[in-house]
Write a protein that binds this ligand. Sequence first.
Ligand code: SIN
Ligand code: CO
Length: 381
Amino acid sequence: MTDTALMLHWPRGLDATRFLQRYWQKEPLLVRGAFPGFRDVLSRSRLAALASRDDVESRLVSHGLARGVDRYRVAHGPLDRQQLARLDRPDATILVQGVNLHVPGVRPVLDAFGFIPLARRDDLMISDASPGGGVGPHVDSYDVFLLQARGRRLWRIARTFDETLVEGAPLKQLAHFEAEDEFLLEPGDFLYLPPGVAHDGVALDACATWSIGFRAPSAGELLQGWLSFVEDRFDCGDRYADPDLQVQRSGAWLSDQFVQRARGLLGSVAFDEAMFESFLGEYLTEPKPHVRFRAPSRPQSIDAFAARLQRRRIVLAPATAMLYRGRCVYMNGEVRPLPLRAMGSAARLADRRELIPAARIDAAWIEALYDWYCSGYLVLR
Ligand code: SIN
Ligand code: CO
């Protein structure tokens, strides 16, 4: 993969807008030859090297008949040489999560799906399978584009299916999957699946599949995140007090005074729109647990940094997540308010992940860039 832009070739009559209207979160779609000339440059050995790292999330899934039943085995990474050698035999697959967080060269593929907002993006997972490899029939709660990068894979899908899971299996697999449709994918083809469509992909030859995945937090996940965000910002030390307590006729009555005072204790955390926006920005850019940023060991001074900004490109670290809203920039779970005059540059950096050198740069913007540079969130090239 090169840094050059990759064009998604839609079939006749379809473009990003129509795709969103007709298919997104609604219907599966097969697009043949979406990326003509697409070349998978992430070879098996490079993927294996990623799978052996402890800062990368990976799995090895293999299966085979045991007493007449097809049994699956899962090993979680980091994978050692012996485990990786399993790929030399049939019916095995390694899956590496968050490849985009480590390999900047895969960015053009993600950018080709840039018509889906960043707040909805999750990561790029790459699976590399030997013939017969796959994770078995299952259903995901998220949208996914399954891009065939190398070799051929047969995808079988079903919109209506029996939800019973295989008991005791190490992966959530459907026990009685029956396909309604099947598609044989070749390099450059992709299959879009909305959430809730059962699917089973089996490698026909040694093959690699790139899964461009999306996030859709559940109400429960949001609530959990919101509660801990609020707790961090709210003085939880206040305690119920009633120096003016009066004798009650019935001691068991939960009085108006008690209800109002208890409510008053939480008064300052009444749902606040601006606070919720900050929460979302921080929550959505929070790095995954495996992610580590490499801060410069000997950072240059802010003056030297500012001088270099006039000659060098600013490039976000591969693992950096950046969103903006209003006058706030959210980067890797942190918020940074900026003056309005700096928001144009911030938006460009967030969208393109890089900024070309500029002769005149706003002081507040330089300070923000410098802090992010010191944290390893961006580099100068
Ligand atoms: C795979 O690439 O083997 C699995 C991807 C998926 O089913 O979501
Ligand atoms: Co899936």
